[in-house]
Design a protein around this ligand. Structure first.
Ligand code: NAD
Length: 474
């Protein structure tokens, strides 16, 4: 007889481990199966986010920002230093230490909450039987009254640019370069391309980003994307829009990229090439025949509004289902599903998942863009406010960017809040709260914001919706 659990979670990323902890908190006997193996060859919890995604990239972004500040930004504060140098090995070592701290932290949390971790590759069979192939070749079977699939996503590989881990790399490879590449090519000006492109640019690489779409950051509000493009250009990031890559060839220690920029074929020679053209749901080998779980044409597990699949008591959350591929979205789904299993209400509002891009300046937004509102025929009024007129931002010498508030033209209800500027990853939280409470621009405008603070830009942008910003001409 296989061991029976109330809940078996497959995948220990931010969706799966959070679901497991919440289920255990609610008194359910819970196991969490995960196949990830860390750089040290040992099983590591936390999935892509903790091991090779959000956390390590933020560690490198922070290190590279400090280096870049010394080189370029401290003189304005009257601080001078000898020429800065960077030990990439030490920087990557610090990142690895942070990763270990956090993945080890999940092990501790599992212990504290009595979640049983099982290292190995899980496959779902009919009747919620989960067969696990261990890293040593061993096999085990467990059964769940409920099973939660949380297997995440994997990078999309271009057929003509196969990852080799050395010259042509994915996000994981670009976190572990041994030294700063002299020339870095990036295919895809999305979140990963811009964040990791920024890391290596700040450390001295010449970075060329090749993007297929004609518009820069098409998912962001156009006014925000325009400012971001201007700032990235100033930093020397060479972004080629409307460009299609047709060939990638590794010749010795060089990567030769051929692309068409809409006018002519261009060639680019780089030392490393990061391919960041999106991710797809990781469902390969997950489902045996006859489970009843359905997969759509994009390879995602099909779920209803409550993350329930077509099979009884089988749920799916995070990157392997519809919706944005964001860690926090997966975590919220994990909590919601654990609570639904325990008979409580659980719900995630996919319309109000905040987005953040951790470049310099940062981008963050929640809700609809102005273009989306127009396309949906929603009448809007907007207000914006630049960080250049915010005392705290000027004191920090980080004045690029603005906050833009979009409200319904008649009801004043907040429809979207978009930001580009210093630490807007934190400022967006206020907008999410206001919008979750169905707030209006007037609500944001009437809330007292500390002075001097960056959050005053949100306040002033809300005031500007009614043309009554104080510190700029309306
Ligand atoms: P992305 O979807 O953000 O960007 C991919 C970009 O590649 C798009 O702009 C697309 O137009 C372009 N592209 C696609 N095919 C191309 C081609 N053949 N040639 C040139 N350009 C091409 O994907 P990503 O940057 O790979 O990130 C993957 C996922 O990870 C995203 O869903 C993202 O949300 C998530 N992520 C989020 C964060 C964050 O929240 N800060 C950080 C990293 C990753």
């Amino acid at each position: 007889m296989s061991e029976q659990f109330d809940v078996v979670v497959i995948g220990a990323g931010p969706a799966g481990y959070v679901a497991a902890i919440r289920a255990a908190q609610l008194g359910l006997k819970t196991a969490c199966v995960d196949a990830f193996v860390g750089k040290d060859g040992k099983p590591a919890l936390g999935g892509t986010c903790l091991n090779i995604g959000c956390i390590p990239s933020k560690a490198l972004l922070d290190s590279s920002k400090r280096f870049h500040d010394i080189e370029h930004n401290l003189a304005a504060h009257g601080i001078s230093t000898e020429k800065a140098s960077i030990d990439v090995g030490a920087m990557v070592g610090r990142k690895d230490k942070i990763v270990k701290q956090f993945t080890g932290g999940i092990t501790q949390l599992f212990k504290a909450n009595k979640v049983t971790p099982i290292a190995g590759y899980g496959t779902l069979h009919p009747n919620r039987e989960v067969r696990i192939k261990g890293h040593d070749g061993s096999e085990a079977t467990i059964t769940g009254k409920h099973v939660i699939l949380a297997t995440g996503s994997v990078p999309i590989e271009l057929p003509f640019a196969k990852f080799d881990g050395k010259h042509v790399v994915d996000n994981a490879g670009a976190l572990d370069f041994e030294s700063t590449p002299k020339r870095l090519g990036v295919i895809g000006a999305g979140v990963i391309g811009l964040e990791l492109g920024s890391v290596w640019k700040r450390l001295g690489a010449e970075v060329t980003v090749i993007e297929a779409l004609p518009d820069f950051l098409a998912a962001a509000d156009a006014d925000i994307a325009k400012i971001a493009a201007r700032e990235f250009k100033k930093q020397g990031l060479d972004i080629q829009l409307g460009s299609k890559v047709s060939a990638v060839e590794v010749k010795g220690d060089e990567v030769h990229v051929t692309y068409n920029d809409g006018k002519a074929d261009q060639s680019l020679v780089v030392d490393k090439l990061l391919v960041a053209v999106g991710r797809r749901a990781a469902t390969k080998g997950l489902l045996a025949d006859g489970t009843g779980v359905e997969i759509n044409e994009r390879g995602q597990i099909v779920v209803d509004d409550h993350c329930h699949t077509a099979a009884e008591n089988v749920w799916a959350i995070g990157d392997c289902v519809r919706g944005p591929m964001l860690a926090h979205k997966g975590s919220e789904e994990g909590i919601a599903v654990a609570e639904l299993i325990a008979g409580k209400p659980g719900h995630v509002n996919l319309d109000l998942v905040p987005w953040v891009i951790y470049t310099e300046p940062e981008l963050a937004w929640v809700g609809k863009t102005e273009a989306q509102c127009k396309a949906e025929g929603i009448p809007v009024k907007t207000g914006s406010f630049p960080f250049a007129a915010i005392g705290r931002a000027v004191a920090m010498n980080e004045t690029a960017g603005m906050v833009k508030v979009i409200a319904h033209a008649e009801t004043d209800r907040l429809l979207g809040v978009h930001m580009v500027g210093p630490v807007v990853s934190e400022l967006v939280a206020e907008a999410v709260v206001a919008m979750e409470f169905h707030g209006s621009a007037e609500d944001l405008a009437r809330i007292c914001h500390a002075h001097p603070s960056l959050a005053e830009a949100v306040h002033e942008a809300a005031l500007a919706v009614d043309k009554r910003a104080i510190h700029k001409a309306n």
